[in-house]
Design a binder for this molecule. Structure first.
Ligand code: ITT
Length: 208
């Protein structure tokens, strides 16, 4: 059984459209998020931790909204900013900007304890936490758990909140005139960062 490791049921609703027939189940495990300016290492570290916990194939996804004129803020800190500032105040901050271009990005990390072929999608082989714990005397030949990464991106614009669907930043993210919160799951998946990453993953996973 494939476990989608998240505390966010919204992610599961989206993932189920790609991984049907009860092949994926939520594992509500709040893995420790390392701090990084990039989503990939955060997701990869979460996948290693979750795999060690579950002992079964796992998917972890790390996502965020990046506002261009704010140098990508909140980006990898989207979760912290949603919990502290709140999404409406992110809009208030951005409403002063002339350039309101933004994007959503998602990196989906898969780990089942086995090795992978390289490309086309990157394989994260650097177990940063284990390396830091082992210190400078670490044995460089020791293979960390490989994690396969699948990325998705969607451009859009930050707008005043609209819509009741979705979760997180969806009400303030508009793509082609419609916010993600005004779309149903199928419409959002067809264009979203997570949908794109899931489509790549589902195709690869089917042949694994
Ligand atoms: P897990 O870490 O347990 O999976 P989370 O919701 O914290 O749950 P992320 O760390 O990936 O997931 O999300 C970072 C933030 O970005 C968080 O505030 C989410 O609400 C938001 N977010 C992620 N994907 C989103 C999406 O598709 N639409 C809107 N907001 C999203």
């Amino acid at each position: 059984m494939l476990r989608y490791v998240t505390t966010n049921p919204g992610k599961i609703r989206e993932a189920e459209q790609y991984l049907r027939d009860g092949s994926v189940e939520q594992l509500d495990f709040d893995y420790t998020e390392i701090q990084s300016d990039e989503l990939g290492p955060i997701a990869a570290h979460g996948a290693r931790q979750a795999y060690r916990r579950a002992g079964e194939p796992v998917i972890v996804d790390d996502a965020g909204m990046f506002v261009e004129a704010l140098d990508g803020f909140p980006g990898p800190y989207s979760s912290y900013v949603e919990d502290t500032l709140g999404v409406e105040r992110v809009w208030v901050l951005a409403s002063d900007l002339e350039d309101r271009r933004a994007s959503f990005r998602c990196v989906l990390a898969y780990c089942d304890g086995e090795a992978f072929d390289a490309s086309p999608d990157p394989v994260d082989r650097v177990d940063r936490v284990a390396a830091a714990a082992a210190g400078p005397e670490a044995d460089d030949d020791q293979e960390p758990l490989p994690v396969k990464l699948f990325e998705g991106y969607v451009p859009g614009e930050i707008v005043a909140p609209r819509g009741e669907g979705g979760f997180g930043y969806d009400p303030i993210f508009e793509h082609d005139g419609t916010t993600f919160a005004e779309m149903d799951t199928e419409q959002k998946n067809a264009i979203s960062h997570r949908g794109r990453a899931l489509a790549k993953f589902a195709e690869w996973f089917a042949s694994r």
